[in-house]
Design a protein around this ligand. Structure first.
Ligand code: UGA
Length: 448
Protein backbone atom coordinates (compact mmCIF):
# COMPACT_ATOMS: atom_id res chain seq x y z
CA UNK A 1 0.00 0.00 0.00
CA UNK A 2 1.10 3.57 -0.57
CA UNK A 3 1.49 5.22 2.82
CA UNK A 4 2.59 8.71 3.85
CA UNK A 5 3.96 9.32 7.34
CA UNK A 6 3.78 12.83 8.75
CA UNK A 7 6.74 13.55 11.01
CA UNK A 8 10.13 11.87 11.02
CA UNK A 9 10.66 11.87 14.77
CA UNK A 10 11.13 8.70 16.70
CA UNK A 11 7.68 7.21 16.04
CA UNK A 12 7.35 8.41 12.45
CA UNK A 13 10.81 7.37 11.33
CA UNK A 14 10.65 3.93 12.91
CA UNK A 15 7.11 3.33 11.61
CA UNK A 16 7.99 4.53 8.11
CA UNK A 17 11.15 2.43 7.86
CA UNK A 18 9.46 -0.69 9.26
CA UNK A 19 6.39 -0.37 7.03
CA UNK A 20 8.76 -0.12 4.06
CA UNK A 21 10.55 -3.22 5.32
CA UNK A 22 7.17 -4.98 5.33
CA UNK A 23 6.75 -4.15 1.64
CA UNK A 24 4.72 -0.94 1.60
CA UNK A 25 5.64 2.11 -0.43
CA UNK A 26 6.33 4.77 2.16
CA UNK A 27 6.79 8.53 1.89
CA UNK A 28 8.02 10.23 5.04
CA UNK A 29 7.07 13.89 5.32
CA UNK A 30 8.78 16.52 7.44
CA UNK A 31 9.24 20.29 7.36
CA UNK A 32 12.93 19.98 8.28
CA UNK A 33 14.78 20.01 4.95
CA UNK A 34 18.12 19.00 6.43
CA UNK A 35 16.57 15.98 8.09
CA UNK A 36 14.92 14.98 4.83
CA UNK A 37 18.19 15.30 2.91
CA UNK A 38 19.90 13.09 5.49
CA UNK A 39 17.16 10.47 5.48
CA UNK A 40 17.36 10.33 1.68
CA UNK A 41 21.08 9.67 2.09
CA UNK A 42 20.15 6.84 4.51
CA UNK A 43 21.42 8.80 7.54
CA UNK A 44 19.00 8.14 10.45
CA UNK A 45 17.70 11.25 12.26
CA UNK A 46 17.80 9.40 15.60
CA UNK A 47 19.92 6.67 17.12
CA UNK A 48 17.95 3.44 17.11
CA UNK A 49 19.43 -0.02 16.77
CA UNK A 50 18.85 -1.42 13.24
CA UNK A 51 17.42 1.78 11.77
CA UNK A 52 20.52 2.54 9.69
CA UNK A 53 20.32 -0.86 8.00
CA UNK A 54 16.63 -0.43 7.22
CA UNK A 55 17.31 2.97 5.65
CA UNK A 56 20.22 1.59 3.63
CA UNK A 57 18.00 -1.22 2.31
CA UNK A 58 14.92 0.83 1.46
CA UNK A 59 15.78 4.46 0.77
CA UNK A 60 15.37 5.27 -2.90
CA UNK A 61 13.47 2.01 -3.39
CA UNK A 62 10.20 1.93 -1.47
CA UNK A 63 11.05 4.63 1.09
CA UNK A 64 11.61 8.31 0.48
CA UNK A 65 11.51 11.50 2.51
CA UNK A 66 10.07 14.80 1.35
CA UNK A 67 8.79 18.15 2.59
CA UNK A 68 6.05 18.07 -0.03
CA UNK A 69 3.02 17.10 2.08
CA UNK A 70 0.61 17.96 -0.71
CA UNK A 71 1.88 15.39 -3.19
CA UNK A 72 2.58 12.86 -0.46
CA UNK A 73 -1.09 12.86 0.55
CA UNK A 74 -2.29 12.98 -3.05
CA UNK A 75 -0.15 10.00 -4.06
CA UNK A 76 -0.89 7.76 -1.10
CA UNK A 77 -3.93 5.91 0.23
CA UNK A 78 -3.28 6.41 3.88
CA UNK A 79 -1.52 9.04 6.02
CA UNK A 80 -0.12 8.34 9.46
CA UNK A 81 0.13 11.35 11.75
CA UNK A 82 3.26 10.94 13.85
CA UNK A 83 4.16 14.53 14.67
CA UNK A 84 5.32 15.64 18.10
CA UNK A 85 3.08 16.54 21.02
CA UNK A 86 5.21 18.93 23.12
CA UNK A 87 4.55 18.76 26.83
CA UNK A 88 4.28 21.70 29.23
CA UNK A 89 4.65 19.50 32.30
CA UNK A 90 0.93 18.88 32.52
CA UNK A 91 -0.81 18.90 29.14
CA UNK A 92 0.20 17.74 25.69
CA UNK A 93 0.21 20.44 23.07
CA UNK A 94 -1.80 19.45 20.01
CA UNK A 95 -0.71 22.35 17.77
CA UNK A 96 1.37 20.20 15.41
CA UNK A 97 -1.37 17.58 15.25
CA UNK A 98 -3.90 20.30 14.43
CA UNK A 99 -1.66 21.95 11.86
CA UNK A 100 -0.87 18.75 10.00
CA UNK A 101 -4.57 17.74 10.12
CA UNK A 102 -5.45 21.06 8.54
CA UNK A 103 -2.84 20.59 5.84
CA UNK A 104 -4.03 17.08 5.07
CA UNK A 105 -7.62 18.38 4.97
CA UNK A 106 -6.63 21.00 2.40
CA UNK A 107 -5.25 18.26 0.16
CA UNK A 108 -8.36 16.11 0.66
CA UNK A 109 -10.38 19.00 -0.75
CA UNK A 110 -8.75 18.28 -4.09
CA UNK A 111 -8.34 14.55 -3.83
CA UNK A 112 -10.92 12.40 -5.55
CA UNK A 113 -10.03 9.04 -4.00
CA UNK A 114 -10.98 7.89 -0.54
CA UNK A 115 -8.16 8.50 1.95
CA UNK A 116 -7.59 7.27 5.49
CA UNK A 117 -5.94 9.44 8.12
CA UNK A 118 -4.53 7.62 11.11
CA UNK A 119 -3.23 9.20 14.32
CA UNK A 120 -0.10 7.42 15.55
CA UNK A 121 1.16 10.02 18.03
CA UNK A 122 0.16 9.35 21.64
CA UNK A 123 -2.86 11.59 22.25
CA UNK A 124 -5.40 11.82 25.07
CA UNK A 125 -8.67 9.92 24.55
CA UNK A 126 -11.01 11.78 22.26
CA UNK A 127 -8.35 13.65 20.26
CA UNK A 128 -8.77 11.75 16.98
CA UNK A 129 -12.57 12.07 16.93
CA UNK A 130 -13.01 15.43 18.59
CA UNK A 131 -9.98 17.37 17.33
CA UNK A 132 -8.49 15.73 14.22
CA UNK A 133 -11.72 14.65 12.51
CA UNK A 134 -13.48 18.06 12.72
CA UNK A 135 -10.36 19.84 11.41
CA UNK A 136 -10.14 17.41 8.49
CA UNK A 137 -13.83 17.99 7.71
CA UNK A 138 -13.66 21.75 7.88
CA UNK A 139 -10.41 22.04 5.89
CA UNK A 140 -11.60 19.64 3.19
CA UNK A 141 -15.29 20.47 3.11
CA UNK A 142 -15.81 16.70 2.99
CA UNK A 143 -17.43 14.20 5.30
CA UNK A 144 -15.62 11.66 7.52
CA UNK A 145 -17.02 8.18 7.00
CA UNK A 146 -18.03 9.07 3.45
CA UNK A 147 -15.07 10.71 1.71
CA UNK A 148 -12.33 9.75 4.12
CA UNK A 149 -11.68 7.57 7.16
CA UNK A 150 -10.13 8.44 10.51
CA UNK A 151 -8.23 5.89 12.57
CA UNK A 152 -6.01 5.69 15.61
CA UNK A 153 -3.13 3.23 15.76
CA UNK A 154 -1.00 3.64 18.89
CA UNK A 155 2.59 2.46 18.94
CA UNK A 156 4.12 0.25 21.61
CA UNK A 157 7.79 0.78 20.92
CA UNK A 158 10.50 0.75 23.54
CA UNK A 159 13.48 2.94 22.84
CA UNK A 160 16.44 0.78 21.92
CA UNK A 161 14.13 -2.07 20.86
CA UNK A 162 11.85 -0.05 18.61
CA UNK A 163 12.59 -1.81 15.32
CA UNK A 164 12.16 -5.24 16.83
CA UNK A 165 8.99 -4.12 18.67
CA UNK A 166 7.52 -2.79 15.41
CA UNK A 167 8.48 -5.79 13.29
CA UNK A 168 7.39 -8.32 15.91
CA UNK A 169 4.54 -6.62 17.75
CA UNK A 170 2.88 -8.10 20.81
CA UNK A 171 -0.43 -6.51 19.73
CA UNK A 172 -1.80 -4.26 17.05
CA UNK A 173 -4.49 -1.84 18.11
CA UNK A 174 -6.61 -0.44 15.31
CA UNK A 175 -9.04 2.30 16.17
CA UNK A 176 -11.37 3.53 13.48
CA UNK A 177 -14.59 5.42 12.91
CA UNK A 178 -16.09 2.79 10.64
CA UNK A 179 -15.66 -0.60 8.93
CA UNK A 180 -14.00 0.90 5.89
CA UNK A 181 -11.28 2.55 8.00
CA UNK A 182 -10.66 -0.74 9.81
CA UNK A 183 -10.53 -2.56 6.51
CA UNK A 184 -7.78 -0.27 5.16
CA UNK A 185 -5.84 -0.46 8.45
CA UNK A 186 -6.05 -4.27 8.39
CA UNK A 187 -4.48 -4.20 4.96
CA UNK A 188 -1.57 -2.10 6.28
CA UNK A 189 -0.90 -4.73 8.90
CA UNK A 190 -1.60 -7.78 6.71
CA UNK A 191 2.14 -8.59 6.42
CA UNK A 192 2.29 -9.01 10.21
CA UNK A 193 1.50 -12.64 10.96
CA UNK A 194 0.47 -14.38 14.19
CA UNK A 195 -0.32 -11.27 16.14
CA UNK A 196 -3.52 -10.40 17.94
CA UNK A 197 -5.26 -7.44 16.38
CA UNK A 198 -7.75 -5.42 18.40
CA UNK A 199 -10.26 -3.47 16.36
CA UNK A 200 -11.99 -0.81 18.33
CA UNK A 201 -13.05 2.83 18.24
CA UNK A 202 -10.51 5.65 18.26
CA UNK A 203 -11.11 6.74 21.83
CA UNK A 204 -10.54 3.21 23.17
CA UNK A 205 -7.35 2.87 21.09
CA UNK A 206 -6.07 6.11 22.60
CA UNK A 207 -6.94 4.87 26.08
CA UNK A 208 -5.19 1.51 25.57
CA UNK A 209 -1.93 3.31 24.93
CA UNK A 210 -2.15 5.48 28.06
CA UNK A 211 -3.31 2.60 30.20
CA UNK A 212 -0.42 0.38 29.11
CA UNK A 213 2.21 2.93 30.06
CA UNK A 214 0.38 3.93 33.24
CA UNK A 215 0.30 0.33 34.42
CA UNK A 216 4.05 -0.11 33.96
CA UNK A 217 4.80 3.23 35.64
CA UNK A 218 2.49 2.27 38.50
CA UNK A 219 4.35 -1.01 38.99
CA UNK A 220 7.65 0.87 39.24
CA UNK A 221 6.36 3.39 41.79
CA UNK A 222 4.63 0.62 43.72
CA UNK A 223 7.93 -1.28 43.93
CA UNK A 224 9.74 1.87 44.97
CA UNK A 225 7.28 2.61 47.74
CA UNK A 226 7.67 -0.94 49.04
CA UNK A 227 11.45 -0.58 48.73
CA UNK A 228 11.42 2.64 50.71
CA UNK A 229 9.39 0.96 53.44
CA UNK A 230 11.82 -1.99 53.52
CA UNK A 231 14.69 0.46 54.00
CA UNK A 232 12.86 2.30 56.76
CA UNK A 233 11.93 -0.88 58.61
CA UNK A 234 15.43 -2.35 58.30
CA UNK A 235 16.52 -5.96 58.04
CA UNK A 236 14.43 -6.44 54.88
CA UNK A 237 15.95 -6.31 51.42
CA UNK A 238 13.45 -5.30 48.74
CA UNK A 239 15.13 -7.54 46.15
CA UNK A 240 14.37 -10.60 48.32
CA UNK A 241 10.81 -9.37 48.78
CA UNK A 242 10.32 -8.90 45.05
CA UNK A 243 11.86 -12.28 44.25
CA UNK A 244 9.21 -13.78 46.52
CA UNK A 245 6.51 -11.75 44.82
CA UNK A 246 7.68 -12.62 41.28
CA UNK A 247 7.30 -16.32 42.10
CA UNK A 248 3.53 -15.95 42.35
CA UNK A 249 2.43 -18.26 39.53
CA UNK A 250 0.17 -15.55 38.20
CA UNK A 251 3.29 -13.44 37.58
CA UNK A 252 5.59 -16.27 36.48
CA UNK A 253 3.45 -19.19 35.30
CA UNK A 254 4.61 -22.76 35.83
CA UNK A 255 4.38 -24.95 32.72
CA UNK A 256 3.28 -28.60 32.76
CA UNK A 257 6.91 -29.75 32.74
CA UNK A 258 7.58 -27.71 35.88
CA UNK A 259 9.61 -24.95 34.23
CA UNK A 260 8.69 -21.37 34.81
CA UNK A 261 8.09 -18.52 32.41
CA UNK A 262 9.45 -15.25 33.72
CA UNK A 263 7.64 -12.49 31.85
CA UNK A 264 9.63 -9.32 31.34
CA UNK A 265 6.79 -7.53 33.10
CA UNK A 266 8.38 -8.60 36.39
CA UNK A 267 11.37 -6.37 35.63
CA UNK A 268 9.05 -3.41 36.19
CA UNK A 269 8.28 -4.79 39.65
CA UNK A 270 11.68 -3.91 41.08
CA UNK A 271 12.87 -0.98 43.15
CA UNK A 272 15.24 1.65 41.81
CA UNK A 273 15.88 5.37 41.55
CA UNK A 274 12.78 5.96 39.42
CA UNK A 275 11.44 5.94 35.90
CA UNK A 276 12.18 8.48 33.22
CA UNK A 277 12.25 8.78 29.46
CA UNK A 278 10.02 10.57 27.02
CA UNK A 279 6.94 8.41 27.66
CA UNK A 280 6.14 7.33 31.20
CA UNK A 281 6.41 10.72 32.96
CA UNK A 282 4.70 12.57 30.13
CA UNK A 283 1.93 10.04 29.50
CA UNK A 284 1.04 9.55 33.15
CA UNK A 285 0.99 13.31 33.82
CA UNK A 286 -1.06 14.01 30.69
CA UNK A 287 -3.60 11.35 31.68
CA UNK A 288 -3.83 12.78 35.21
CA UNK A 289 -4.45 16.29 33.88
CA UNK A 290 -6.97 15.04 31.35
CA UNK A 291 -8.73 12.87 33.93
CA UNK A 292 -8.96 15.72 36.43
CA UNK A 293 -10.27 18.05 33.76
CA UNK A 294 -12.90 15.43 33.01
CA UNK A 295 -13.92 15.14 36.67
CA UNK A 296 -11.89 12.15 37.88
CA UNK A 297 -9.50 12.84 40.78
CA UNK A 298 -6.81 10.41 39.47
CA UNK A 299 -5.50 9.75 42.98
CA UNK A 300 -3.53 6.60 42.23
CA UNK A 301 -1.68 7.94 39.19
CA UNK A 302 -0.96 11.21 41.00
CA UNK A 303 0.79 9.16 43.70
CA UNK A 304 2.73 7.27 41.03
CA UNK A 305 4.24 10.61 39.99
CA UNK A 306 4.78 11.77 43.59
CA UNK A 307 6.70 8.60 44.49
CA UNK A 308 8.76 8.82 41.31
CA UNK A 309 9.66 12.45 41.88
CA UNK A 310 11.06 11.77 45.33
CA UNK A 311 12.99 8.64 44.32
CA UNK A 312 16.24 10.37 43.21
CA UNK A 313 16.41 11.95 46.67
CA UNK A 314 16.76 8.44 48.14
CA UNK A 315 20.16 8.17 46.45
CA UNK A 316 21.23 11.45 48.03
CA UNK A 317 19.90 10.28 51.41
CA UNK A 318 21.99 7.11 51.18
CA UNK A 319 25.04 9.25 50.39
CA UNK A 320 24.14 11.55 53.30
CA UNK A 321 24.32 8.58 55.67
CA UNK A 322 28.07 8.48 55.09
CA UNK A 323 29.03 12.08 54.47
CA UNK A 324 27.77 15.09 56.40
CA UNK A 325 28.90 17.42 53.61
CA UNK A 326 29.18 16.80 49.87
CA UNK A 327 31.57 19.71 49.39
CA UNK A 328 34.65 18.49 47.46
CA UNK A 329 33.38 14.93 47.77
CA UNK A 330 34.75 12.89 44.88
CA UNK A 331 31.90 11.01 43.25
CA UNK A 332 31.82 8.67 40.27
CA UNK A 333 28.49 8.48 38.43
CA UNK A 334 27.80 5.25 36.54
CA UNK A 335 25.04 5.74 33.99
CA UNK A 336 23.36 8.91 32.78
CA UNK A 337 20.65 7.76 30.36
CA UNK A 338 17.16 7.04 31.71
CA UNK A 339 17.67 3.38 30.85
CA UNK A 340 20.33 1.22 29.16
CA UNK A 341 20.80 0.90 25.38
CA UNK A 342 19.84 4.50 24.71
CA UNK A 343 21.51 7.91 24.78
CA UNK A 344 18.21 9.49 25.85
CA UNK A 345 18.60 11.67 28.94
CA UNK A 346 15.02 12.94 29.02
CA UNK A 347 13.62 12.85 32.56
CA UNK A 348 16.54 10.68 33.63
CA UNK A 349 16.79 10.38 37.43
CA UNK A 350 20.49 11.16 36.93
CA UNK A 351 19.57 14.80 36.19
CA UNK A 352 18.15 15.84 39.59
CA UNK A 353 20.80 13.77 41.39
CA UNK A 354 23.70 15.37 39.51
CA UNK A 355 22.21 18.87 39.78
CA UNK A 356 21.92 18.52 43.55
CA UNK A 357 25.45 17.15 43.89
CA UNK A 358 26.80 20.03 41.80
CA UNK A 359 24.88 22.54 43.93
CA UNK A 360 26.40 21.00 47.05
CA UNK A 361 29.96 21.25 45.74
CA UNK A 362 30.72 17.63 44.88
CA UNK A 363 33.48 16.84 42.39
CA UNK A 364 31.90 14.67 39.75
CA UNK A 365 33.08 12.35 37.04
CA UNK A 366 30.69 10.27 35.02
CA UNK A 367 30.62 7.37 32.63
CA UNK A 368 27.85 6.23 30.31
CA UNK A 369 28.53 4.01 27.30
CA UNK A 370 26.49 6.22 24.92
CA UNK A 371 24.80 9.16 26.66
CA UNK A 372 27.78 11.38 27.55
CA UNK A 373 27.30 13.69 24.58
CA UNK A 374 23.68 14.23 25.62
CA UNK A 375 24.66 14.86 29.24
CA UNK A 376 27.15 17.43 28.03
CA UNK A 377 24.24 19.50 26.71
CA UNK A 378 22.58 19.49 30.15
CA UNK A 379 25.34 19.98 32.74
CA UNK A 380 27.94 22.72 33.08
CA UNK A 381 31.14 21.12 31.74
CA UNK A 382 33.18 22.85 34.48
CA UNK A 383 31.22 20.95 37.12
CA UNK A 384 31.41 17.42 35.78
CA UNK A 385 33.97 15.50 33.75
CA UNK A 386 33.36 12.46 31.59
CA UNK A 387 35.50 9.35 31.55
CA UNK A 388 36.00 7.04 28.61
CA UNK A 389 36.30 4.05 30.84
CA UNK A 390 34.60 2.46 33.82
CA UNK A 391 37.70 1.96 36.01
CA UNK A 392 38.75 5.59 35.69
CA UNK A 393 35.31 6.69 36.87
CA UNK A 394 35.54 4.58 40.00
CA UNK A 395 39.21 5.18 40.72
CA UNK A 396 40.06 7.64 43.53
CA UNK A 397 36.49 8.40 44.56
CA UNK A 398 34.75 8.69 47.91
CA UNK A 399 31.48 7.35 46.52
CA UNK A 400 30.17 5.72 43.36
CA UNK A 401 26.53 5.95 42.29
CA UNK A 402 25.07 3.46 39.82
CA UNK A 403 22.09 5.12 38.14
CA UNK A 404 21.47 3.19 34.89
CA UNK A 405 21.28 -0.56 34.45
CA UNK A 406 23.98 -0.91 31.78
CA UNK A 407 25.17 -4.50 31.47
CA UNK A 408 28.76 -3.23 31.40
CA UNK A 409 28.40 -2.33 35.09
CA UNK A 410 28.48 -6.01 35.97
CA UNK A 411 32.28 -5.53 35.86
CA UNK A 412 32.11 -3.17 38.83
CA UNK A 413 32.61 -5.70 41.69
CA UNK A 414 35.80 -6.96 40.05
CA UNK A 415 37.11 -3.44 39.50
CA UNK A 416 36.34 -2.47 43.09
CA UNK A 417 37.96 -5.63 44.42
CA UNK A 418 41.27 -4.58 42.83
CA UNK A 419 41.22 -1.15 44.47
CA UNK A 420 42.88 -0.40 47.80
CA UNK A 421 40.62 2.49 48.74
CA UNK A 422 37.02 1.32 48.58
CA UNK A 423 34.44 4.02 47.93
CA UNK A 424 30.89 3.89 49.24
CA UNK A 425 28.94 2.17 46.47
CA UNK A 426 25.29 3.13 46.00
CA UNK A 427 23.31 0.86 43.71
CA UNK A 428 20.42 2.93 42.38
CA UNK A 429 19.12 0.03 40.30
CA UNK A 430 19.79 -2.90 42.63
CA UNK A 431 21.57 -4.63 39.78
CA UNK A 432 24.71 -5.88 41.54
CA UNK A 433 25.16 -8.49 44.24
CA UNK A 434 25.33 -6.67 47.57
CA UNK A 435 27.62 -9.38 48.96
CA UNK A 436 30.17 -8.91 46.18
CA UNK A 437 30.88 -5.27 47.08
CA UNK A 438 32.29 -3.74 50.25
CA UNK A 439 30.52 -0.59 51.50
CA UNK A 440 27.40 -1.46 49.50
CA UNK A 441 24.25 0.65 49.79
CA UNK A 442 21.12 0.26 47.69
CA UNK A 443 17.59 1.44 47.21
CA UNK A 444 15.23 -0.60 49.38
CA UNK A 445 17.95 -1.79 51.74
CA UNK A 446 19.08 -0.51 55.10
CA UNK A 447 22.64 -1.46 55.97
CA UNK A 448 22.46 0.60 59.22
C1 UGA B 1 7.74 2.75 27.15
C2 UGA B 1 6.90 1.45 27.05
O1 UGA B 1 7.62 0.37 27.64
C3 UGA B 1 6.59 1.14 25.60
O2 UGA B 1 5.74 -0.01 25.54
C4 UGA B 1 5.87 2.35 24.97
O3 UGA B 1 5.58 2.13 23.62
C5 UGA B 1 6.77 3.56 25.10
O4 UGA B 1 7.04 3.81 26.48
C6 UGA B 1 6.09 4.74 24.48
O5 UGA B 1 5.07 5.18 25.00
O6 UGA B 1 6.52 5.20 23.43
P1 UGA B 1 10.33 3.37 26.94
O7 UGA B 1 9.98 4.69 27.51
O8 UGA B 1 11.23 3.29 25.76
O9 UGA B 1 8.98 2.55 26.51
O10 UGA B 1 11.00 2.60 28.08
P2 UGA B 1 10.91 1.31 28.97
O11 UGA B 1 11.92 0.35 28.49
O12 UGA B 1 9.56 0.80 29.22
O13 UGA B 1 11.45 2.02 30.29
C7 UGA B 1 10.70 3.04 30.93
C8 UGA B 1 11.15 3.18 32.35
O14 UGA B 1 10.94 1.96 33.04
C9 UGA B 1 12.64 3.47 32.47
O15 UGA B 1 12.86 4.54 33.35
C10 UGA B 1 13.25 2.22 32.95
O16 UGA B 1 14.33 2.45 33.82
C11 UGA B 1 12.10 1.53 33.65
N1 UGA B 1 12.20 0.08 33.43
C12 UGA B 1 12.32 -0.38 32.17
C13 UGA B 1 12.21 -0.75 34.49
O17 UGA B 1 12.08 -0.33 35.64
N2 UGA B 1 12.31 -2.09 34.24
C14 UGA B 1 12.45 -2.58 32.98
O18 UGA B 1 12.57 -3.80 32.81
C15 UGA B 1 12.45 -1.71 31.91
Amino acid sequence: MKISVMGTGYVGMVSGACLAAKGHEVTCVDIDKEKIANINKAVPPIYEKGLDDLLKNHIGKNLIATDDLYNAVLDTELSLIAVGTPFDGEHIDLSYIKEVSRQIGEVLKEKKDYHVIVVKSTVVPGTSDEVVLPILESASGKKAGVDFGVGMNPEFLREGEAIDDFMNPDRIVLGGIDKKTHHVLREVYSPFKNVTIIETNNKTAEMIKYTSNSLLATMISFSNEIGNLCATLGNIDVTDVMRGVHLDKRLSPILDDGTRITPSFTTYIEAGCGFGGSCFPKDVKALIAYGKQSGEPMNLLSSVITVNKSQPQKILDLLGKHFSSFDKLKIGILGLAFKPETDDMRESPAIPIINELIARGAELKAYDPVAQHEADKIFDSNKISYCDDLSKTIDDTDAVLLLTRWDKFREVPEILARMNKKPIFIDGRRMLDKNAIENYEGIGLNTK
